[in-house]
Design a protein around this ligand. Structure first.
Ligand code: IPE
Ligand code: IPE
Ligand code: MG
Length: 246
């Protein structure tokens, strides 16, 4: 499978909306949290595969600002799962040279979760392999909102001129400022929507939707998505003919 992947056309950044844990559990007659627990193996497999292939950034939509609206039992279970997974996986991330980072309003997560995240980030900060970015208490509109506030405040204080505001400046105020825009977005579970994920950053991202539920998503599913991406012509508004002039 990996032989079909062209290493010269590898996406630098893959973003994933990991969806379908609840339906996966329901299909087995189990509680939703059972699905979330099984989702961790898919996270491990995909992280490992990205590291092996040489993908530089992997962003996983882990908990959206809208997910606070779920039943308390599920939210608490997800928070506990986050802490226990970080505990269990930190050594493995270190041995794989994975650098952990976060986007989203993580300061508003429960204290024990927040502390664990900062610890994980600190411990892995010198790693040079895959950048694994978890989107937590994140939404695209939240990020744009906080960026607009900062830009307005810096303009008022005279740190920037209104004329300085352009695409690059806006990008530099988002929580994704040090991360290139994703070339490929994968969403599992058959849903074909963005659900408030990287709204600004996905202006030209290739979208890949699969019916596979996230707990069933493995390395081969990732290779299929990358293969599909590599067969696309990314025109960025130009014509095919323009792209093919060598
Ligand atoms: C994705 O799976 C995980 C999170 C949003 C945390 P879901 O929990 O949304 O699963 P479905 O969509 O209900 O099947
Ligand atoms: C998106 O999935 C959020 C995450 C994967 C963390 P949801 O399951 O919450 O999205 P909707 O509600 O189906 O749009
Ligand atoms: Mg869902």
């Amino acid at each position: 499978m990996t032989q079909q992947i062209n290493p010269d056309k590898l996406p630098k950044h893959i973003a994933i909306i990991m969806d379908g844990n609840g339906r996966w559990a329901k299909g087995k007659g189990a509680a939703r949290l059972f699905g979330h627990r099984h989702a961790i193996q898919s996270v491990k497999d995909v992280t490992e595969a990205c590291g092996e292939l040489g993908v530089k950034y992997l962003t996983l939509y882990t908990f959206s600002t809208e997910n606070w609206g779920r039943p308390k039992l599920e939210v608490d279970g997800l928070m506990n799962l986050l802490v226990s997974t970080l505990n269990d996986q930190l050594d493995s991330l270190m041995s794989r040279d994975v650098k952990l980072d976060f986007i989203g309003d993580i300061g508003c997560l429960p204290d024990k979760v927040h502390r664990k995240l900062l610890k994980g980030k600190e411990k892995t900060k010198n790693n040079k392999g895959l950048n694994l970015i978890l989107a937590l208490n994140y939404s695209g509109r939240w990020d744009i909102n906080q960026a607009v506030k900062e830009i307005a405040s810096d303009t008022r204080e005279g740190k920037i001129d209104v004329e300085d505001i352009n695409n690059d400046l806006i990008s530099s105020y988002l929580s994704t400022k040090n991360i290139p825009d994703p070339e490929l977005l994968i969403r599992t579970s058959g849903e074909m929507r963005i659900s408030n994920f990287l709204l600004w950053e996905m202006a030209y991202t290739e979208l890949y939707f699969t019916e596979v539920l996230w707990p069933d998503f493995g390395k081969d599913c990732l290779y299929n998505a990358i293969n599909s991406y590599q067969q696309r012509e990314r025109r960025f508004g130009k014509t095919s003919e323009q792209l093919n002039i060598s």
